[in-house]
Design a protein around this ligand. Structure first.
Ligand SMILES: NC(=O)c1ccc[n+]([C@@H]2O[C@H](COP(=O)([O-])OP(=O)(O)OC[C@H]3O[C@@H](n4cnc5c(N)ncnc54)[C@H](OP(=O)(O)O)[C@@H]3O)[C@@H](O)[C@H]2O)c1
Length: 294
C-alpha cells in the first residue's frame, strides 16, 4: 500500500521500457513488507544532470542507473565507492544528507550468482567474451575472488587490449591476456579454461539465432559456460554448451543478486536470500517467458 510515508526508488536508462527491475524490486519489497516503491524512468543523456537533481529534490532514497548512464552519472555524484571508481561505472545511487553516493553492485551480483561454482574457480583460467562495461565488472569480480588467469576474447582486438591494460593497471593483477578473435584461438584456449563467460549481447532477444561462437565450436565437457544474457533464458550459446555436457548459467541470477545488493544499500535491511531468490527466480522466469520485449 502506497501512502505518504512511502520511500521512493527507481531506475533510469535510455531505453528503459525493457527493464525487469521494477517487477523484481517491487516483488522483494512486498515480500519483505517494506514501505518502498520502485519505478522506471526514461532519462536521455542530455537530461541526466537535471534528472539527478530532481530525484534528490523529491527525496528519493536512491536509484539504479543503467545504460547508457553508468559512466556519465559519476560527474554528478559527491562520492563513489572504491569498486565504482575502479570500474568507472555506477549502477546504484543513494541520496542521503543532501549528498549523492555512487556504488556498483554488478561485481557482487556476478560473484553471488556463481553459487556452488564460486570457490572452485580460484586459481583457474577464465575466458571472457567481450570487452565492454559488463566484461569489466566480471573481470574485476573474478580478480577479487582469486582467479588464476583471464583471457579476453573480443571482436575488436584493440578494445580487448585496452581493457587488458586498464584492468592490469587498476588491479595490479597481471595475468590478463587478450587473445585473437578467431575460433581456432578460442578452441585452443578453451582446453585449459574452467569458465567461459559471454558478456556480449550476441544472441539476446530478438536475435536469438546468433551466437558468439561458431556452430562447429566444441565446448569441453564439465566447463562452466556463463551467459550474462537472461532473455532468452537459454540462448543458442547455452543450448550448445548444455548439449556438449557443460554446466550452464544465464544472467538472471546476476540481475537478481545485484538488485538485492542495491536494495540492501538503500534500506539497510539484511535480506535473507535462501527462500527469496528461488521464488523471485520463478516469478521472473514467468515474466521473461511471457514477454517478447527487448
Ligand atoms: N545479467 C545481468 O545482470 C547483466 C548485467 C550487465 C549487462 N548484462 C548484459 O550484458 C550484455 C553486454 O552489456 P555491456 O554493458 O557490457 O555492453 P557494451 O559495453 O556495449 O559491450 C558490448 C561488448 O560486446 C561486443 N559485441 C557487441 N555486439 C557484437 C557482435 N555482433 N559481435 C561481436 N561482438 C559484439 C562489443 O565488442 P566491440 O568491442 O568489438 O564493440 C563489446 O565488447 C548485454 O546483453 C546486457 O544486457 C547483463
Amino acid at each position: 500500500m502506497i501512502n505518504s510515508s512511502t520511500q521512493l526508488l527507481g531506475v533510469i536508462g535510455d531505453p528503459i521500457s525493457h527493464s525487469l527491475s521494477p517487477e523484481m524490486q517491487n516483488f522483494i519489497i512486498q515480500k519483505l513488507g517494506l514501505n518502498y516503491c520502485y519505478n522506471a524512468f526514461h532519462v536521455i543523456p542530455s537530461d541526466l544532470e537535471k534528472a539527478i537533481e530532481s530525484f534528490q529534490a523529491l527525496n528519493f532514497k536512491g536509484i539504479n542507473v543503467t545504460l547508457p548512464h553508468k559512466q556519465g552519472v559519476i560527474q554528478f555524484l559527491d562520492e563513489v565507492s572504491e569498486e565504482a571508481r575502479c570500474l568507472g561505472a555506477v549502477n546504484t545511487i543513494v541520496f542521503k544528507n543532501n549528498r549523492r553516493f555512487g556504488f556498483n553492485t554488478d561485481v557482487i551480483g556476478f560473484l553471488d550468482s556463481l553459487g556452488e561454482f564460486r570457490h572452485s574457480l580460484k586459481t583457474k583460467t577464465a575466458i571472457v567474451i567481450g570487452a565492454g562495461g559488463s566484461a569489466r565488472a566480471v573481470i574485476y569480480a573474478l580478480i577479487q575472488d582469486g582467479i588464476g588467469e583471464i583471457k579476453i576474447f573480443n571482436r575488436t582486438t584493440q578494445k580487448g587490449e585496452k581493457l587488458k591494460s586498464e584492468m592490469i593497471s587498476i588491479t595490479q593483477f597481471d595475468k590478463i591476456y587478450s587473445i585473437p578473435p578467431t575460433m581456432n584461438d578460442l578452441t585452443n584456449e578453451i582446453q585449459n579454461a574452467s569458465i567461459l563467460i559471454n558478456t556480449t549481447p550476441i544472441g539476446m532477444h530478438p536475435e536469438v539465432h546468433a551466437s558468439p561462437v561458431d556452430d562447429e565450436f566444441l565446448f569441453p565437457k564439465d566447463i562452466l559456460v556463463y551467459n550474462l544474457i537472461y532473455n532468452p533464458l537459454e540462448t543458442k550459446f547455452l543450448q550448445k554448451a548444455r548439449s556438449a555436457g557443460a554446466h550452464i548459467m544465464n544472467g538472471l541470477d546476476m540481475l537478481i543478486y545485484q538488485g538485492i545488493e542495491s536494495l540492501k544499500i538503500w534500506t539497510g535491511v539484511e535480506i535473507e536470500t535462501e527462500y527469496l531468490v528461488p521464488e523471485l527466480r520463478e516469478y521472473l522466469i514467468k515474466k521473461i517467458s511471457g514477454q517478447t520485449r527487448y
